[in-house]
Design a binder for this molecule. Sequence first.
Ligand SMILES: [Zn+2]
Length: 195
Amino acid sequence: MAAQTEESDTAREQTKAEQDVDQVRQRAVRDQQRLDSGALGAKDLENVQRELASLAKRQSDLEDVVLDVMERREAAQERAAELSGRVEAVQSETAAAEARKTEALEAIDAEGFTVAKEREVLASAVPDDLIKLYDKLRAQGGGIGAARLYQKRCEGCRLELNITELNEVRAAPANQVVRCENCRRILVRTADSGL
Ligand SMILES: [Zn+2]
């Protein structure tokens, strides 16, 4: 924005400087016409000639001003163009990232929907009191209500079960719900439980 302001400021400055040159030039044209008319007396002739010389000097000075302004304006234009290019690049990167985000969110939503459906089907096959216990433990256990017992270790709290605990789990019938003595989560026995 600053570069664009600089650009429009120098554009205005250039117009003003060109108008100044134009005024001096018109005045010189009028003086020249008076000279050419041949109607001037000796004294006026001298005055007009002197003024023409001073107008020529003034015009040259003002033209230098115009050139200087034009150079500054060109630099400002280049800078503004370069910066708008960068703004456009960043905007398109942002748009691409937004699109990726939307896509990812849609995928997450779809997965969430599928998982919720699957859970519903699985939960309908589990006794109500066990589901209640599981949901309670899940709320207490940071979203994890049941954990795999893997190589003598509870994967919920990562602690290894001691001999007594292992013996109890080992002795428990397959349909009995066993729990971790440490974190109280439901332990899921598999072939890799180390029992
Ligand atoms: Zn545990």
